[in-house]
Design a protein around this ligand. Sequence first.
Ligand code: 13P
Ligand code: SF4
Length: 298
Amino acid sequence: MSQAIQKLKKERNAVILAHLYQRPEIQDIADFVGDSLQLSQQAAQTEADVIVFCGVHFMAESAAILSPQKIVLLPEEDAGCPMADMVTATDLQRRKAEMGDVQVVAYVNTSAAVKAESDICCTSSNAVKVVSSLPQDKKILFIPDRNLGDWISRKTGREMVMWDGYCNTHDRLTVEDVERAKSKYPEALFLAHPECRPEVVELADFVASTTGLIKYAVQSKASSFIIGTEEGILHQLRKEAPDKNFYLASPQLICPNMKLTSLEKVLWSLEELEPRITVEPKVREKALSSLEQMLALA
Ligand code: 13P
Ligand code: SF4
Protein backbone atom coordinates (compact mmCIF):
# COMPACT_ATOMS: atom_id res chain seq x y z
CA MET A 1 0.00 0.00 0.00
CA SER A 2 2.77 2.46 0.97
CA GLN A 3 4.61 1.76 -2.30
CA ALA A 4 1.48 2.38 -4.35
CA ILE A 5 1.01 5.68 -2.51
CA GLN A 6 4.60 6.76 -3.16
CA LYS A 7 4.32 5.86 -6.86
CA LEU A 8 1.07 7.76 -7.36
CA LYS A 9 2.38 10.67 -5.31
CA LYS A 10 5.24 11.09 -7.82
CA GLU A 11 2.91 10.84 -10.81
CA ARG A 12 0.61 13.49 -9.36
CA ASN A 13 3.48 15.70 -8.16
CA ALA A 14 1.85 15.60 -4.73
CA VAL A 15 3.16 16.29 -1.25
CA ILE A 16 1.79 14.50 1.81
CA LEU A 17 1.57 16.59 4.97
CA ALA A 18 0.64 14.91 8.27
CA HIS A 19 -0.12 16.25 11.72
CA LEU A 20 1.64 14.67 14.71
CA TYR A 21 -1.67 13.21 15.95
CA GLN A 22 -2.08 11.03 12.85
CA ARG A 23 -1.76 7.24 12.99
CA PRO A 24 1.90 5.99 12.90
CA GLU A 25 1.54 4.48 9.41
CA ILE A 26 0.31 7.83 8.07
CA GLN A 27 3.17 9.74 9.70
CA ASP A 28 5.58 7.24 8.13
CA ILE A 29 4.41 7.82 4.53
CA ALA A 30 4.28 11.63 4.88
CA ASP A 31 6.83 13.99 3.32
CA PHE A 32 6.47 16.24 6.30
CA VAL A 33 5.12 15.64 9.83
CA GLY A 34 4.68 18.59 12.13
CA ASP A 35 2.59 20.89 14.28
CA SER A 36 -0.12 23.23 12.96
CA LEU A 37 2.24 26.15 12.31
CA GLN A 38 4.82 24.06 10.46
CA LEU A 39 2.12 22.45 8.33
CA SER A 40 0.75 25.88 7.30
CA GLN A 41 4.27 26.99 6.44
CA GLN A 42 4.81 23.88 4.33
CA ALA A 43 1.46 24.39 2.59
CA ALA A 44 2.38 27.99 1.79
CA GLN A 45 5.82 27.09 0.41
CA THR A 46 5.38 23.79 -1.43
CA GLU A 47 6.04 23.52 -5.15
CA ALA A 48 3.86 20.42 -5.49
CA ASP A 49 0.65 20.59 -7.56
CA VAL A 50 -1.35 18.57 -5.05
CA ILE A 51 -1.35 18.75 -1.23
CA VAL A 52 -2.65 15.65 0.54
CA PHE A 53 -3.54 16.86 4.01
CA CYS A 54 -3.57 14.13 6.64
CA GLY A 55 -5.14 16.02 9.49
CA VAL A 56 -8.52 17.64 10.11
CA HIS A 57 -10.70 19.94 8.03
CA PHE A 58 -9.50 23.36 9.28
CA MET A 59 -5.90 22.40 8.47
CA ALA A 60 -6.71 21.48 4.85
CA GLU A 61 -8.78 24.64 4.60
CA SER A 62 -5.80 26.73 5.74
CA ALA A 63 -3.72 25.03 3.03
CA ALA A 64 -6.38 25.94 0.45
CA ILE A 65 -6.39 29.56 1.68
CA LEU A 66 -2.60 29.79 1.46
CA SER A 67 -2.23 27.91 -1.85
CA PRO A 68 -5.43 28.48 -3.87
CA GLN A 69 -3.82 27.41 -7.14
CA LYS A 70 -3.13 23.93 -5.77
CA ILE A 71 -5.39 20.93 -5.37
CA VAL A 72 -5.86 20.34 -1.64
CA LEU A 73 -7.12 16.89 -0.64
CA LEU A 74 -8.45 15.81 2.74
CA PRO A 75 -8.51 11.99 2.42
CA GLU A 76 -11.19 11.70 5.08
CA GLU A 77 -13.80 14.36 4.43
CA ASP A 78 -15.51 13.85 7.79
CA ALA A 79 -12.39 14.57 9.83
CA GLY A 80 -13.46 17.74 11.60
CA CYS A 81 -12.42 19.48 14.80
CA PRO A 82 -15.15 19.78 17.46
CA MET A 83 -13.40 22.82 18.94
CA ALA A 84 -13.39 24.63 15.57
CA ASP A 85 -17.15 23.99 15.39
CA MET A 86 -17.67 25.81 18.70
CA VAL A 87 -17.50 29.22 16.98
CA THR A 88 -19.43 30.25 13.87
CA ALA A 89 -18.93 33.39 11.78
CA THR A 90 -22.43 34.61 12.72
CA ASP A 91 -21.85 34.20 16.47
CA LEU A 92 -18.51 35.95 16.14
CA GLN A 93 -20.04 38.87 14.22
CA ARG A 94 -22.64 39.24 16.97
CA ARG A 95 -20.03 39.22 19.73
CA LYS A 96 -17.87 41.77 17.88
CA ALA A 97 -20.87 44.08 17.55
CA GLU A 98 -21.52 43.78 21.32
CA MET A 99 -17.91 44.44 22.25
CA GLY A 100 -17.25 47.43 19.98
CA ASP A 101 -13.60 48.22 19.28
CA VAL A 102 -11.96 44.82 19.66
CA GLN A 103 -9.16 42.83 18.03
CA VAL A 104 -9.96 39.19 17.40
CA VAL A 105 -7.21 36.60 17.73
CA ALA A 106 -8.29 33.30 16.18
CA TYR A 107 -6.59 30.02 16.99
CA VAL A 108 -6.01 28.29 13.63
CA ASN A 109 -8.49 25.66 14.84
CA THR A 110 -11.34 27.67 13.25
CA SER A 111 -13.19 27.65 9.93
CA ALA A 112 -12.18 29.90 7.01
CA ALA A 113 -15.36 31.95 7.56
CA VAL A 114 -14.36 32.59 11.19
CA LYS A 115 -10.78 33.45 10.20
CA ALA A 116 -12.27 35.95 7.74
CA GLU A 117 -13.99 37.70 10.67
CA SER A 118 -10.77 37.79 12.71
CA ASP A 119 -7.76 40.13 12.77
CA ILE A 120 -4.93 37.68 13.21
CA CYS A 121 -4.48 33.92 13.62
CA CYS A 122 -2.19 32.03 15.95
CA THR A 123 -1.19 28.46 16.73
CA SER A 124 -0.07 27.16 20.10
CA SER A 125 3.58 27.60 19.05
CA ASN A 126 3.37 31.32 18.22
CA ALA A 127 0.36 32.46 20.29
CA VAL A 128 2.46 34.30 22.89
CA LYS A 129 4.35 36.15 20.14
CA VAL A 130 1.12 37.02 18.30
CA VAL A 131 -0.67 38.38 21.37
CA SER A 132 2.43 40.31 22.52
CA SER A 133 2.57 42.01 19.11
CA LEU A 134 -0.90 43.56 19.46
CA PRO A 135 -1.48 47.21 20.43
CA GLN A 136 -2.12 47.66 24.18
CA ASP A 137 -4.99 50.12 23.82
CA LYS A 138 -7.55 47.70 22.35
CA LYS A 139 -9.43 44.84 23.95
CA ILE A 140 -8.62 41.32 22.70
CA LEU A 141 -11.22 38.66 22.03
CA PHE A 142 -9.54 35.24 21.90
CA ILE A 143 -11.37 32.45 20.06
CA PRO A 144 -12.25 29.61 20.48
CA ASP A 145 -10.02 27.81 23.04
CA ARG A 146 -10.51 29.13 26.58
CA ASN A 147 -7.69 26.87 27.88
CA LEU A 148 -5.09 28.06 25.36
CA GLY A 149 -6.34 31.62 25.93
CA ASP A 150 -5.83 31.30 29.69
CA TRP A 151 -2.24 30.06 29.19
CA ILE A 152 -1.40 32.91 26.78
CA SER A 153 -2.93 35.43 29.13
CA ARG A 154 -0.76 34.20 31.99
CA LYS A 155 2.38 34.14 29.82
CA THR A 156 1.87 37.63 28.37
CA GLY A 157 0.10 39.37 31.26
CA ARG A 158 -2.54 40.54 28.74
CA GLU A 159 -6.16 40.34 29.76
CA MET A 160 -8.32 38.81 27.05
CA VAL A 161 -12.01 38.07 26.67
CA MET A 162 -12.28 34.33 26.10
CA TRP A 163 -14.66 32.42 23.88
CA ASP A 164 -16.05 29.41 25.73
CA GLY A 165 -14.59 26.71 23.47
CA TYR A 166 -12.28 23.83 24.25
CA CYS A 167 -10.77 20.68 22.74
CA ASN A 168 -12.75 17.79 24.13
CA THR A 169 -9.73 15.48 23.87
CA HIS A 170 -7.35 17.69 25.90
CA ASP A 171 -10.03 19.07 28.22
CA ARG A 172 -10.73 15.50 29.37
CA LEU A 173 -7.37 15.27 31.12
CA THR A 174 -7.82 15.89 34.85
CA VAL A 175 -5.55 16.77 37.78
CA GLU A 176 -6.33 13.31 39.20
CA ASP A 177 -5.10 11.65 35.96
CA VAL A 178 -1.84 13.57 36.15
CA GLU A 179 -1.34 12.90 39.85
CA ARG A 180 -1.96 9.20 39.29
CA ALA A 181 0.65 9.13 36.50
CA LYS A 182 3.11 11.12 38.61
CA SER A 183 2.85 8.71 41.53
CA LYS A 184 3.34 5.76 39.14
CA TYR A 185 6.36 7.40 37.43
CA PRO A 186 7.81 9.74 40.08
CA GLU A 187 11.04 10.35 38.14
CA ALA A 188 9.21 11.49 34.96
CA LEU A 189 8.72 15.10 33.86
CA PHE A 190 5.18 16.10 32.91
CA LEU A 191 4.85 17.77 29.47
CA ALA A 192 1.51 19.38 28.59
CA HIS A 193 -0.15 20.95 25.58
CA PRO A 194 -1.78 24.34 26.36
CA GLU A 195 -5.16 22.99 25.19
CA CYS A 196 -5.27 21.20 28.58
CA ARG A 197 -7.22 22.78 31.45
CA PRO A 198 -5.42 25.54 33.42
CA GLU A 199 -5.19 23.41 36.58
CA VAL A 200 -3.53 20.62 34.54
CA VAL A 201 -1.15 23.05 32.78
CA GLU A 202 -0.23 24.33 36.27
CA LEU A 203 1.22 20.89 37.09
CA ALA A 204 3.43 20.75 33.98
CA ASP A 205 7.23 20.96 33.90
CA PHE A 206 7.00 22.23 30.32
CA VAL A 207 4.13 23.52 28.14
CA ALA A 208 4.29 23.87 24.34
CA SER A 209 2.85 22.92 20.96
CA THR A 210 3.34 19.34 19.76
CA THR A 211 6.65 20.11 18.02
CA GLY A 212 7.78 22.16 21.02
CA LEU A 213 7.14 19.19 23.33
CA ILE A 214 9.13 16.84 21.08
CA LYS A 215 12.12 19.23 20.91
CA TYR A 216 12.09 19.60 24.68
CA ALA A 217 11.95 15.84 25.32
CA VAL A 218 14.77 15.14 22.84
CA GLN A 219 17.07 17.84 24.28
CA SER A 220 16.24 17.31 27.96
CA LYS A 221 18.66 15.49 30.30
CA ALA A 222 15.66 13.65 31.76
CA SER A 223 14.87 10.18 30.45
CA SER A 224 11.18 9.71 31.36
CA PHE A 225 8.19 11.84 30.47
CA ILE A 226 4.45 11.84 31.15
CA ILE A 227 2.75 13.16 28.02
CA GLY A 228 -0.25 15.47 28.31
CA THR A 229 -1.37 15.61 24.70
CA GLU A 230 -2.90 13.39 22.01
CA GLU A 231 -1.36 9.91 21.79
CA GLY A 232 -0.26 10.22 18.12
CA ILE A 233 2.74 12.26 19.30
CA LEU A 234 4.21 9.14 20.95
CA HIS A 235 5.23 7.81 17.53
CA GLN A 236 7.61 10.71 16.76
CA LEU A 237 8.78 10.94 20.38
CA ARG A 238 9.82 7.27 20.30
CA LYS A 239 11.43 7.69 16.89
CA GLU A 240 13.42 10.76 17.88
CA ALA A 241 14.32 9.61 21.39
CA PRO A 242 14.30 5.79 21.27
CA ASP A 243 16.19 5.44 24.57
CA LYS A 244 13.73 7.51 26.57
CA ASN A 245 10.43 6.49 28.19
CA PHE A 246 7.13 8.13 27.34
CA TYR A 247 3.88 7.51 29.23
CA LEU A 248 0.53 8.91 28.14
CA ALA A 249 -1.04 10.85 31.05
CA SER A 250 -4.42 9.23 30.33
CA PRO A 251 -5.57 6.50 27.92
CA GLN A 252 -8.38 8.88 26.91
CA LEU A 253 -6.03 11.29 25.14
CA ILE A 254 -7.19 10.22 21.68
CA CYS A 255 -8.74 12.53 19.08
CA PRO A 256 -11.15 10.32 17.07
CA ASN A 257 -11.14 12.75 14.13
CA MET A 258 -7.37 12.59 13.78
CA LYS A 259 -7.59 8.79 13.60
CA LEU A 260 -10.03 8.68 10.67
CA THR A 261 -7.32 8.93 8.01
CA SER A 262 -6.09 5.54 6.80
CA LEU A 263 -3.58 4.42 4.14
CA GLU A 264 -6.50 3.16 2.02
CA LYS A 265 -8.10 6.60 2.09
CA VAL A 266 -4.83 8.33 1.18
CA LEU A 267 -4.39 6.03 -1.80
CA TRP A 268 -7.99 6.48 -2.94
CA SER A 269 -7.69 10.22 -2.55
CA LEU A 270 -4.56 10.34 -4.74
CA GLU A 271 -6.23 8.13 -7.35
CA GLU A 272 -9.42 10.18 -7.57
CA LEU A 273 -8.02 13.60 -6.59
CA GLU A 274 -10.94 13.83 -4.18
CA PRO A 275 -12.26 14.98 -1.68
CA ARG A 276 -11.05 18.48 -2.55
CA ILE A 277 -11.12 21.33 -0.08
CA THR A 278 -11.76 24.78 -1.53
CA VAL A 279 -12.64 28.15 -0.06
CA GLU A 280 -14.93 30.70 -1.67
CA PRO A 281 -12.75 33.62 -3.04
CA LYS A 282 -14.37 36.38 -0.93
CA VAL A 283 -13.94 34.45 2.31
CA ARG A 284 -10.48 33.32 1.25
CA GLU A 285 -9.17 36.81 0.71
CA LYS A 286 -10.13 37.95 4.22
CA ALA A 287 -9.03 34.72 5.92
CA LEU A 288 -5.70 34.95 4.09
CA SER A 289 -5.00 38.31 5.63
CA SER A 290 -5.40 36.83 9.18
CA LEU A 291 -3.14 33.90 8.34
CA GLU A 292 -0.54 36.07 6.63
CA GLN A 293 -0.36 38.42 9.61
CA MET A 294 0.50 35.37 11.70
CA LEU A 295 3.02 33.91 9.24
CA ALA A 296 4.80 37.25 8.96
CA LEU A 297 5.53 37.06 12.70
CA ALA A 298 6.70 33.43 12.68
P1 13P B 1 -0.26 21.87 17.46
O1 13P B 1 0.28 20.74 16.64
O2 13P B 1 -0.06 23.17 16.77
O3 13P B 1 0.32 21.85 18.83
O4 13P B 1 -1.85 21.68 17.54
C1 13P B 1 -2.53 20.83 18.35
C2 13P B 1 -3.89 20.47 17.90
O5 13P B 1 -4.76 20.15 18.65
C3 13P B 1 -4.20 20.46 16.49
O6 13P B 1 -5.52 20.12 16.32
FE1 SF4 C 1 -9.57 19.47 17.43
FE2 SF4 C 1 -8.61 18.66 19.78
FE3 SF4 C 1 -8.74 16.95 17.77
FE4 SF4 C 1 -6.95 18.96 17.73
S1 SF4 C 1 -7.02 17.25 19.16
S2 SF4 C 1 -8.29 18.27 16.05
S3 SF4 C 1 -8.12 20.57 18.76
S4 SF4 C 1 -10.49 17.96 18.78
